[in-house]
Write a protein that binds this ligand. Structure first.
Ligand code: AMP
Length: 309
């Protein structure tokens, strides 16, 4: 594995030579390229000769949740491209951006081990040479759940993901259902921008305890990490209440489970239609998902559970 950028074009050429030896070139390459510029990224993609390209956008601090997306991408595409970029425009809280864990070396090693062909690790200047002033309108999709609590978040997500789609031109892109609302937003964005990419939602990967894997979990203290298990436990238990309680009562019950512990602070628990993301008031819909965002100490965690599909 080598890190390449334009200034290290010698190594870049060497890497391409090594790539050529691995004909046919696909994501099971013997070497992984790390590109830091869009130019190097596109050179590496075109030299790979891959017919189908898959993209996994991430913000790094990679864990098994991310790797599940990479594994699926490697299986389904000739070339798996993973981006690792902590995107400033999607953070509405500066402290959150500063605290966000960054582990590029460990990320690259993990990606190489898991069959990634190219990892794209650009700088902020590379992705935003000038301010991105685009304003997306996701209508009702962004007026619920994360929308009101994180103003500008989905606009920032759409800015960076559209830039990545334009740079990589993947046929398929992989997103985790852990960020349930994000999947719906991205699907709507590619429809609006008419980008020819298939969005592949992938199931949530959890720790043995049930806690949804998240880069932010590394920011929890040991005690908080144990406490955080309660989130998935409560969601799971709430599914059993569907028979005996109304939607409103289940929402109340979930809120009550956290109300006696001041370390937890609920942003929202919403039970929504899985397609429209709009809150429902009865169990008649065919696809029903419960989505939670809750602080544990300083760390904001999200999770969701499917009631019906
Ligand atoms: P992030 O680095 O947090 O932006 O996440 C990058 C991608 O990995 C997003 O599509 C996430 O939804 C997905 N992801 C993160 N955690 C998990 C998880 N526990 N299970 C499945 N996908 C995940």
């Amino acid at each position: 594995m080598q890190i390449f950028n334009q200034k290290k074009s010698f190594f870049f050429e060497i890497n391409l030579l090594r790539l050529k030896k691995c004909v046919p070139l696909h994501s099971k390459l013997l070497v992984m390229i790390i590109a830091k510029t869009i130019k190097d990224l596109q050179t590496a993609i075109s030299k790979s000769g891959a017919k189908s390209i898959g993209l996994v956008p991430t913000m790094g601090a990679l864990h098994d949740g991310h790797i599940s997306l990479v594994t699926r991408c490697v299986k389904e595409c000739d070339l798996c491209v993973v981006s690792v970029f902590v995107n400033p425009t999607q953070f509405n809280d500066k402290g959150d951006l500063e605290r966000y864990p960054r582990t590029p070396e460990a990320d690259a090693a993990l990606l190489e081990k898991n069959g990634c062909g190219i990892v794209f690790m650009p700088s902020v200047e590379e992705m935003y040479p000038q301010e991105d002033t685009r304003h997306f309108n996701f209508g009702k999709l962004e007026q619920v759940m994360e929308g009101p609590f994180r103003p500008g978040h989905f606009n920032g997500v759409a800015q960076i993901v559209s830039k990545l789609f334009y740079a990589v031109k993947p046929q398929k892109a992989y997103f985790g259902e852990k960020d349930f609302q994000q999947v719906a937003i991205i699907k709507d964005m590619v429809r609006q921008l008419q980008i020819p990419v298939e969005i592949i939602p992938c199931p949530i990967v959890r720790e043995a305890s049930g806690l949804a894997k998240s880069s932010r979990n590394t920011l929890l203290s040991d005690a908080e990490r144990i406490k955080a298990v309660k989130i998935s436990q409560v969601l799971k238990e709430s599914v059993n209440l569907m028979e005996s309680k109304s939607v409103k009562e289940v929402i109340e019950w979930v809120n009550n489970q956290f109300s006696d512990d001041s370390e937890f602070r609920m942003d929202y628990y919403s039970i929504v239609d899985g397609n429209t993301l709009q809150p429902i008031d009865n169990w008649n819909n065919n696809y029903i998902v419960g989505c939670i965002a809750i602080y544990l100490g300083k760390i904001r965690l999200i999770d969701n559970i499917c009631y019906k599909k």
